[in-house]
Design a protein around this ligand. Structure first.
Ligand code: NAD
Length: 261
C-alpha cells in the first residue's frame, strides 16, 4: 500500500513517530523524517526543524521535495511546558505545516493527525474549540492564551480538542477537498513512550492508570503506527474527516460510561 510513496513523518526522533517512520520504510515508502531533535537511529532522510513557530515551519517546507504522498503529523508536546508552547506545536504549528504542504501533496494524498483520547472533550467544549480553531494562520499564541484565559493544566487536552475539530473541518475545506486530499486523525490512549512519564506528571497517575486498567495494558508505538499508515495509504481512500481511536477499546469504554449503556 505504501511502496514507492513519499511520506513525511513529524516527531520522528522518538516514540510513535520513530516507529511510524520505521514501518513505512519497511513497507517500501521513502520517508522524510522531521523533528526538532536528531533521531538516534537511521532515518534515510531527515530535516531538523522546529514546528513551534512560523519561521521554523517555513524552513522545513523549503527543504521538501515537490511531490509528497502523505503527511503524518505525529510530533507533540505533553503540556508540561505550558499552554502557549503546547498549542503552538500540537495545533497551530501542525495546521500551518499541513496547509503549507498542500501544494506539494499529490491529488488524492493524505494527512494523518495524531490526536489523543485526551481530546475526548471537544463536544463538551465545542464553542471554545470553534473560536480557537477559527483563528487563521500562525497566530500570536501567547496573546490568545492571555485573551481567553487559557490555563497551563488544560494545555494538552485543549490542544487535542482543537486538533480533532479541525480534522473534521479541514476534510471538507476547499484547500484540501478540491485536490482530493483526505484529512483524518488517529487517537491513541496511553502509549509507552517517553511522553507518558510527562503525562503522569501533567494529568496525574490516577487518570493514566485508570485508562490503562480499562483496557488491560498501555499501548506501544507498534500498536499505533499501522493505524497511521493505513489512513495515509490509498487503502483508506474513502475515509475522510474521521477519527480512528487506536486505544484497545478505551474510548468505547468511556462512551459506555458517559452515555450510560
Ligand atoms: N504516548 C502517549 O501516551 C500518547 C497518547 C496519545 C497521543 N499521543 C500523541 O502521539 C504523538 C507522539 O507522541 P510520542 O508518544 O511518540 O511522544 P515522544 O515524546 O516520544 O515524541 C514526540 C516527538 O515530537 C518531537 N517534537 C516536540 N516538539 C517539537 C517541535 N517543536 N518541532 C518538531 N518536533 C517536535 C519531539 O522531539 C519528539 O521526538 C504526540 O502528538 C502525542 O500527543 C501520545
Amino acid at each position: 500500500m505504501l511502496f514507492g510513496k513519499t511520506i513525511l513523518v513529524t516527531g520522528v526522533a522518538s516514540g510513535i513517530g520513530a516507529r511510524t517512520a520505521e514501518l513505512a520504510g519497511q513497507m517500501g515508502a521513502d520517508v522524510i523524517g522531521i523533528d526538532v531533535r536528531e533521531p538516534a537511529g537511521n532515518t534515510a532522510s531527515f530535516i531538523k526543524g522546529d514546528l513551534s513557530n512560523a519561521a521554523g515551519i517555513a524552513g522545513i517546507v523549503a527543504q521538501l521535495p515537490i511531490r509528497i504522498d502523505a503527511l503524518a503529523n505525529v510530533a507533540g508536546l505533553s503540556g508540561n511546558t505550558g499552554v502557549a508552547s503546547t498549542l503552538s506545536v500540537n495545533f497551530y504549528g501542525l495546521r500551518t505545516l499541513s496547509e503549507a504542504v498542500v501544494p506539494r501533496l499529490r491529488e488524492g494524498g493524505a494527512i494523518v493527525n495524531v490526536a489523543s483520547i485526551a481530546g475526548y472533550g471537544w463536544r463538551a467544549n465545542l464553542e471554545r474549540a470553534k473560536t480557537l480553531t477559527g483563528i487563521e494562520g500562525f497566530p500570536d499564541v501567547a496573546g490568545i492564551v492571555a485573551q481567553h484565559g487559557l490555563k497551563d493544566e488544560e494545555a494538552y487536552p485543549l490542544s487535542k480538542e482543537l486538533l480533532l475539530l479541525w480534522t473534521m473541518y479541514a476534510a471538507h475545506q476547499p484547500l484540501f477537498r478540491d485536490r482530493g486530499i483526505r484529512v483524518n486523525a488517529v487517537s491513541p490512549g496511553p502509549v509507552e513512550t517517553p511522553i507518558l512519564k510527562q503525562f503522569r506528571a501533567v494529568l496525574g497517575d490516577a487518570r493514566v492508570d485508570s485508562d490503562i486498567t480499562r483496557v488491560g495494558r498501555a499501548g506501544t508505538s507498534a500498536d499505533i503506527a499501522p493505524a497511521i499508515l493505513f489512513l495515509a495509504s490509498d487503502g483508506a481512500r474513502w475515509i475522510n474527516g474521521a477519527n480512528l481511536p487506536t486505544d484497545g477499546g478505551l474510548e468505547a469504554s468511556i462512551n459506555a460510561e458517559v452515555l450510560g449503556f
